[in-house]
Design a protein around this ligand. Structure first.
Ligand SMILES: [Zn+2]
Length: 377
């Protein structure tokens, strides 16, 4: 009788290197928060930009992380003056988007939704349509280059309107105009306090009339009312961060848990939470990774996803973010698969495309890593 090799023999150690090889899905990543430090320096030299604190790539990378770690969302957002300042030409946008696609693909991300606010890139004279077309060209080029090196990635974009500006309707219309050529959804970003999502109700109304998808940054720097408005007034399908949903969950001394009505709604309706642990620690939305609500929310089986937010400002990748969570919460490969399938289910592309990635890419890979029988759908 032939004996089967023990299943354990197939188990891969969970290290950042092996995590990198496993397929991952990213739903919350900002284009202007993911530049390579070396590219920031080169773009500055090309355009005569003189405001960078240093021209050494390693030092600049550290400077971004340190400055973004000051503990408030407002200070964190100031670092974007440099990246946005350098993304004001067509060529710069193409390059940044192409490198973003390549970097994510090499990190093992098989599907990503990358977001940006087109209005931030119009200061050098570009119009909104040119911005969207340039970014799309960049993603196409980068995805092609990555595929040639054996890293397949599909990228959809989300167009953001800025909370403090009054252009959300215009950006929503832009998102609809490009919905069949790369744009898969809409979001609002920027300072949460003082700018409730309901200020943009007409844009959300318009998107819903057009059967379009949108997420809203909510519950990052502001509490439950922001989440409640985003879901119940605006109709957000997902929540950017959503950290403060824990304010509606009571954990008693004996460990028993009681969900309030909003937290119940979010869990019952499977509203995806686009959680970005490192970013949240930097802005003070969470005290540490160990105390980050993602631990409790994942344990309670909310639809939790793991994201980078801004790879440059947090000095992170999807793989490093997972490695950090594994260290703090002891997650295993099955947990990683759960987070990944959660994210894929929550993506804004069509059901058939999501299913294709889950059944043909994600599940077979994790079955192999876990030493399970070949996944046959
Ligand atoms: Zn964000």
């Amino acid at each position: 009788m032939r004996s089967k090799p023990p299943i354990e023999a197939h188990h891969e150690q969970l290290t950042q290197r092996t995590i990198k090889r496993a397929p991952k899905v990213l739903l919350h990543d900002h284009l202007d928060g993911g530049l390579r430090p070396a590219t920031v320096i080169e773009l500055a030299a090309e355009s005569g930009y003189r405001d960078l604190p240093t021209t050494d790539a390693a030092e600049l990378g550290e400077w971004f992380v340190a400055t973004a770690s000051s503990g408030s969302l407002e200070d964190y957002l100031k670092t974007f003056a440099h990246t946005c300042g350098l993304m004001q030409s067509r060529d710069a946008l193409v390059r940044v988007a192409a490198e973003c696609a390549e970097d994510l693909a090499e990190d093992g991300v098989v599907y990503a939704e990358v977001r940006y606010a087109p209005e931030l890139f119009c200061e050098g004279g570009l119009d909104l349509d040119t911005v969207v077309q340039a970014v799309q060209d960049g993603f196409d080029q980068g995805s092609r280059r990555a595929a040639e090196r054996g890293f397949g990635i599909r990228i959809g974009t989300l167009l953001c309107a800025m909370r403090q500006n009054a252009r959300s309707m215009e950006i929503a219309e832009l998102a609809i105009r490009y919905r069949d050529v790369g744009v898969v959804g809409f979001d609002i970003a920027g300072p949460e306090a003082g700018f409730p999502p309901t200020r943009n109700l007409d844009a959300f109304e318009y998107l819903r009339q057009n059967n379009a998808h949108f997420t809203i940054h909510a519950g990052e720097a502001f509490g439950l009312p922001s989440i409640w408005e985003a879901i119940q007034h605006c109709g957000a399908e997902r929540l950017g961060h959503g950290v403060s949903i824990v304010d509606d969950i009571k954990v008693a001394a004996d460990g028993s848990v009681q969900l309030g009505r909003l937290a119940s709604y979010v869990r019952d309706r499977r509203v995806p939470l686009e959680m970005c642990p490192s970013s949240n620690v930097q802005t003070g939305a969470a005290r540490s990774i160990a105390e980050h609500p993602i631990g409790l929310l994942a344990r309670l089986r909310f639809r939790v996803t793991v994201n980078t937010d801004n790879r440059l400002m947090s000095g992170c990748t999807v793989s490093s973010e997972f490695a950090t969570l594994i260290e703090e919460f002891g997650y295993d490969w099955a947990d990683l698969r759960w987070f990944t399938v959660n994210a894929m289910k929550s993506a804004f592309i069509g059901f058939d495309e999501r299913l294709e990635l889950i059944n043909n890419v994600i599940k077979p890979s994790y079955a192999e890593i876990l030493g399970e029988p070949p996944y046959d759908g």
